[in-house]
Design a protein around this ligand. Structure first.
Ligand code: IPM
Ligand code: MG
Length: 374
């Protein structure tokens, strides 16, 4: 099927005249369950028969280290830069934990986010009705949940300088990280959140720790200033400790949550469990031009790698986000999402979301079930 011609060519950096509408996708399976879940997602993507879509695979994380001695090899970064989008599995394995920090798989992930300027991380937490019983919370607390966490991804204590572990004069060691945000970083992620909320229920909750941390006091000020440009949006503020509690107490009060890198990391893992399993949560990381990297929110789960039991749905749903945000192809995005719904409605479940009376399947069989429902 042809890609919809309504693609915003300017924002994707295309010249419109006399050119084929070509899309390049970099596929970075990574480590652990990464290769097996990505294989299922690619299977689904290929079945859509999108013309002029080319895919190139490259190593990242531990796989990058094994191949080139670098968790983000130059060739992989180059490929990612030249591509319109990146599909990533997961990185990390305990066997690399002893390597020096720069060589560890996670550094590859953090570097590619930074190098591609993917500052906006979208993590939707959506409860599929079929999975209400799989959540650890009561069905009435989570049923109907549809929440979008917007996490800033290239700033904060993740990247702030100074950082490091050094020796004090008294011989003791000290660890330092620095929480930093400047106004423009806060404003641009705020805009993403407000714009997305405009297409949803027009509610934004900005999460900070303004009672203690100056960085997030500024965050609150800038969000409040920005909200003047969005009179239709109902902006609220919440301290992160309260937000963590409210997410469990009454998660349906939220529509869009916008927060910094570290708080977003923590709250998005928490929110994932509302949906039954972290294996259900896709994510998109976007730059200002909607070039994006798409990955499941979960990790590489080395303990179950290669056993064909991982849940591929978060990665398949990440393909839907890729179609929606970078390819501007809402029709195919919905097609993939509906196929996932159908597979769940037919009772197919991987181990992480299994409830009584369902058809327990492995990773590739779940991929097949989605494929059959396309
Ligand atoms: C995530 C992960 C990463 C992060 C790790 C693997 C570096 O937890 O994507 O949420 O902390 O951002
Ligand atoms: Mg995380």
């Amino acid at each position: 099927m042809r890609l919809s011609l309504s693609i915003n060519k300017r924002s994707l950096g295309f010249s419109i005249r006399n050119r084929k509408l070509e899309m390049k996708l970099a596929v970075l399976p990574g480590d652990g369950i990464g290769p097996e879940i990505v294989a299922q997602a690619i299977k689904v993507l290929k079945a859509l028969n999108i013309t002029d879509l080319s895919m190139t695979e490259a190593p990242i994380g531990g796989a990058g280290y094994e191949a080139f001695g670098d968790p983000l090899p130059d060739s992989t970064l180059q490929l990612a830069k030249e591509s319109d989008a990146v599909l990533l599995g997961a990185v990390g394995d305990w066997k690399y934990d002893k390597l020096e920090r720069q060589l560890r798989p996670e550094r590859g992930l953090l570097r590619i986010r930074k190098e591609l300027n993917l500052f906006a991380n979208l993590r939707p937490a959506l409860l599929y009705p079929e999975l209400a019983g799989a959540s650890t919370l009561k069905p009435e607390v989570v049923s109907g949940l549809d929440l979008m966490i917007i996490r800033e991804l290239t700033g904060d204590i993740y990247f702030g300088q100074p950082r490091g572990i050094s020796a004090l004069e008294n011989g003791e060691r000290e660890g330092v990280n620095t929480m930093r945000y400047n106004e423009s970083e806060i404003r641009r992620i705020g805009r993403v959140a407000f714009d997305i909320a405009m297409k949803r229920n027009k509610k934004v909750c900005s999460v900070d720790k303004a009672n203690v941390l100056e960085t997030t006091e500024l965050w609150r000020q800038v969000m409040t200033e920005l909200s003047a440009e969005y009179p239709e949006i109902e902006l609220s503020h919440m301290y992160v400790d309260n937000a963590a509690m409210q997410l469990i107490r009454a998660p349906k009060q939220f529509d869009v949550i916008v927060t910094g890198n570290i708080f977003g990391d923590i709250l998005s893992d928490e929110a994932s469990m509302l949906t039954g399993s972290i294996g259900m949560l896709p994510s998109a990381s976007l730059d200002t031009n909607k070039k994006g990297m798409y990955e499941p929110s979960h990790g590489s789960a080395p303990d179950i790698a290669g056993k064909d039991i991982a849940n591929p749905l978060a990665t398949i749903l990440s393909v839907a986000m890729l179609l929606r945000y970078t390819f501007n192809d809402e029709a195919n995005a919905l097609k993939v999402e509906n196929a996932v719904k159908k597979a769940l409605a037919q009772g197919f479940r991987t181990a992480d979301i299994t409830t009584n009376g369902c058809k327990k399947v492995g990773c590739s069989a779940m991929g097949d079930a989605v494929l059959a429902s396309l």
